[in-house]
Design a protein around this ligand. Structure first.
Ligand code: ATP
Length: 199
């Protein structure tokens, strides 16, 4: 599964509709300082549901909306569409491509869409948990984080690689199941106590 394209409109330094396509393998975005390279990775994070303005280098979420520059008027809303190739069927949807779109206006109203259909943020998170992409999954690694990862403890690094490989979802499910088992064992112990006392 790979990122096939990203389309930005009114997002940060991209006032007009701008589409970037990516082939499988490694892609490199080059450009002068301040030309908007990091804004593209911000856009990927944002479209995939990032909730912290700081994580996309802003103070409020509306900071992602194009604020006007070089004689170009500001925009009233930002929209980013991320398209993931689903030829492998990793996402359990009958579609060869998964399109995730996020939109936000200056009033703070926003929406998410999966393959054009309106949905909730939780639906986006659920879909992404099958892919190894998305929030907390380290699919976007910022410049500062590289050193942190390289020098981290092997156990922490392993956790990070597992999250990126999409294993985080299974770890959370296992934890949930363990808690349920523990609760059931407690209930059973209590029931046995009551039975013993009744004898
Ligand atoms: P570097 O190589 O120095 O890391 P970069 O290519 O990654 O730079 P970015 O940080 O992506 O550059 O882009 C910074 C530019 O984006 C700045 O010129 C900034 O003014 C512009 N920018 C950020 N947010 C907005 C916004 N909401 N509206 C208009 N322009 C914006």
């Amino acid at each position: 599964m790979h990122l096939s394209s990203i389309t930005l409109r009114g997002f940060k330094s991209f006032p007009d509709r701008t589409r970037l396509t990516f082939a499988p393998g490694v892609s490199v975005i080059v450009g002068p300082n301040g030309s908007g390279k990091s804004n593209i990775t911000d856009a990927v994070l944002w479209a995939l549901g990032e909730q912290s303005p700081v994580a996309v280098r802003g103070q409020s979420m509306q900071d992602v909306i194009f604020a006007g520059a070089h004689g170009v008027k500001s925009r009233s809303e930002a929209e980013v569409e991320v398209v993931l190739d689903n030829a492998s069927g990793r996402v359990d949807l009958p579609a060869g491509e998964i399109s995730i779109t996020r939109r936000l206006n200056r009033a703070g109203d926003g929406e998410y869409r999966i393959n054009g259909a309106k949905c909730r943020l939780t639906d986006v998170i659920e879909i992404l948990s099958d892919t190894g992409m998305g929030k907390e999954m380290h699919s976007v690694v910022s410049q500062g984080r590289v050193m942190e990862i390289v020098t981290s403890k092997p156990k922490d690094r392993r956790m990070l690689i597992e999250e990126a490989a999409g294993l985080g979802k299974h770890r959370k499910r296992r934890r949930k199941a363990q808690l349920k088992l523990e609760r059931t064992q407690d209930n059973l112990d209590r029931a046995l106590d009551v039975e013993r006392e009744a004898r």
